[in-house]
Design a protein. Structure first.
Length: 287
């Protein structure tokens, strides 16, 4: 069984390339083989590979830059997944896709469930929401896993940025009024593999997708702020650096960000089992 994996050089894609190994023949492609901004190429690669499953962690993830490149972000995050969905449907394949807490406006302190109303505050979030909608509208069997605040020991992420800055500077100013759950890239990949192992046990049947497909939140347990997350990082790394909590207003950025970004992973936990607390995952990752 062939699995077409996109974005294999990204944080989640890198972990998925390992986690998916036991499930089938993984054909992993990066930007050089499949550029998501080239919709014809996306179509051609899917047709050439003829996968039973497409797993798509590739995305335009530069949140601030997206504000000045809305068309490119939309092509990569919405149109390309739409093409993948269309092509998967033609092949009788299924699509696993990733989305974000940033589809929500973040004006409610409670944890968001899958059916809550969306309302992105920025271009990135809007482009990711449009991607979800294109997949759902296509009718392809799918899983859309919405995650949040992804980090790991490789790639571009908040953890590595803070480790670098904390070594360079005596003091860091970090926003303390945005709430969410940092999620380790490996948690996302391993959970994806767990879910897909269950699908495989049912031979990826249409019935399985009908019953278990759809949107799931997949985010670490617990919640924190960027400031408190940084405290945990710096403490575990044993770096001496003064951390100053600030408000979002004191850290102006091109993109607006949600204030409350906590996702409830309850639906996923009930069906597919365990997701670690963010502090436990951080400890494991940094070890
Ligand atoms: N990062 C985060 O904090 C969060 C991410 N998500 C979602 O999770 C998924 C995985 O994200 P994550 O692994 O963290 O993201 P990364 O930014 O680490 O990786 C994204 C990948 O997409 C690739 N990519 C970007 N543009 C193109 C393109 N035009 N053609 C082909 N490939 C391209 C990148 O390639 P290259 O290396 O060449 O740039 C990279 O491999 C995404 O859907 C993202 O929206 C959800 C919540 C939080
Ligand atoms: C570097 C830095 C950032 N910050 C703030 C800015 C921002 O509000 C917060 C996090 O910064 P980032 O640039 O990592 O945030 P951002 O890129 O918005 O992270 C988001 O990425 C996308 C892809 C997602 O899908 C989201 O789930 C989320 O992870 O920290 C500081 O307060 N001080 C600093 O020194
Ligand atoms: Mg960022």
């Amino acid at each position: 069984m062939k699995i077409l994996l996109t974005g294999c050089s990204g944080q989640v894609g890198y972990e998925l390339e390992r986690s998916l190994q036991g499930l089938g023949e993984v054909v992993a492609v990066d930007r050089s083989r499949m550029d998501l901004s080239d919709l014809d190429q996306v179509r051609d690669v899917v047709r050439a590979v003829q996968p039973r499953l497409i797993v798509n962690p590739a995305a335009y993830t530069a949140v601030d830059k997206a504000e000045s490149e809305p068309e490119l972000a939309h092509r990569i995050n919405a149109q390309a997944p739409g093409v993948m969905a269309e092509e998967a449907l033609r092949l009788g394949a299924a699509l696993v896709h990733y989305s974000t807490d940033y589809v929500f406006p973040g004006d409610d302190p409670g944890a968001r469930v899958e059916t809550d109303a969306t309302g992105p505050l920025n271009v990135y979030g809007a482009s990711k929401l449009a991607g979800e909608q294109a997949i759902v509208a296509s009718g392809v069997p799918h899983l859309i896993l919405r995650t949040s605040w992804v980090y790991g020991m490789r790639g571009k992420n908040f953890l590595l940025t803070m480790l670098r800055l904390a070594k360079e500077r005596d003091e860091l100013r970090i926003v303390a009024d945005q709430h969410g759950a940092p999620t380790w890239s490996r948690t996302i990949a391993d959970t994806t593999a767990t879910i897909l192992a269950q699908a495989r046990a049912h031979d990826f049947s249409a019935d399985w997708w009908r019953e278990h497909g759809g949107i799931y939140h997949l985010s670490s347990q617990g919640q924190t702020t960027w400031f408190e997350f940084t405290q945990a990082i710096i403490e575990q790394a044993g770096i001496d650096c003064r951390l100053v909590p600030i408000t979002s207003a004191e850290y102006p950025t091109p993109a607006r960000r949600p204030q409350y970004s906590v996702l409830s992973s309850q639906r996923l936990l009930e069906r597919f089992g365990h997701v670690p607390h963010w502090r436990d995952a951080l400890r494991l990752c940094m070890q």
